[in-house]
Design a protein around this ligand. Sequence first.
Ligand SMILES: N[C@@H](CCC(=O)N[C@@H](CS)C(=O)NCC(=O)O)C(=O)O
Length: 211
Amino acid sequence: MYTLYYLPGACSMAVHVLLNELGQKVTLENVSVPDGQPRSAAFLKVNPRGSVPVLVDNGEAIREGGAIMSYLLDKHNSPMLPKAGKERALALEWLMFGNATMHPAYAKVFFSMRNITDPAAKDQAIKAAIGQIEKLWDEVDARLAQNPYVCGKQITAADILLTVIANWSSYFPQYPVKLGANVKRLLKEITARPTYQQALKLEQVEYKAAA
Ligand SMILES: N[C@@H](CCC(=O)N[C@@H](CS)C(=O)NCC(=O)O)C(=O)O
């Protein structure tokens, strides 16, 4: 039995969806606190960084979304992460792209919204971050013009993570992110999966704008 520490709709939701895809039971621990408050001491013991996701498997904590997802995919022998060779490298490349490139690009928007007080400077910083995000999605769109999923014909964990991240646009509808038709097609398909809908329901997340 797994325990997943999460924040509703955050990158941790990709792990939640993946656990659903793998047919695994999970105990969910929401670590949300009111604005400005520190995370609970109990959670900081599990992850001193205070961030989610954290997965606990048999009493042992695994941190960092990419590590958690590859651990689960290997353990449950999932085709969503090829076992070896170039196919595995490609699947990891795109999972890391989600974790280490697309996620930080969106984090710039959230950081600017919270921390820049001057309205003009805030607007400028957010627009610059959105421009960078759109360039990243253009690259994804070009890949999706060739194949149904980012790594080819087989859905991988990257498709799930990228969909969770893309849906964050719902938190800043005043700054729409322009997406290509192929990306829109992927987001619609992944968001509609029963495993994704189940995670939204359990985390009590409702997207304000259509994906
Ligand atoms: N590289 C980390 C990023 C984790 C991260 O930034 N998580 C966000 C949610 S999407 C978070 O926990 N933010 C709240 C916080 O850091 O206090 C990972 O992939 O696990």
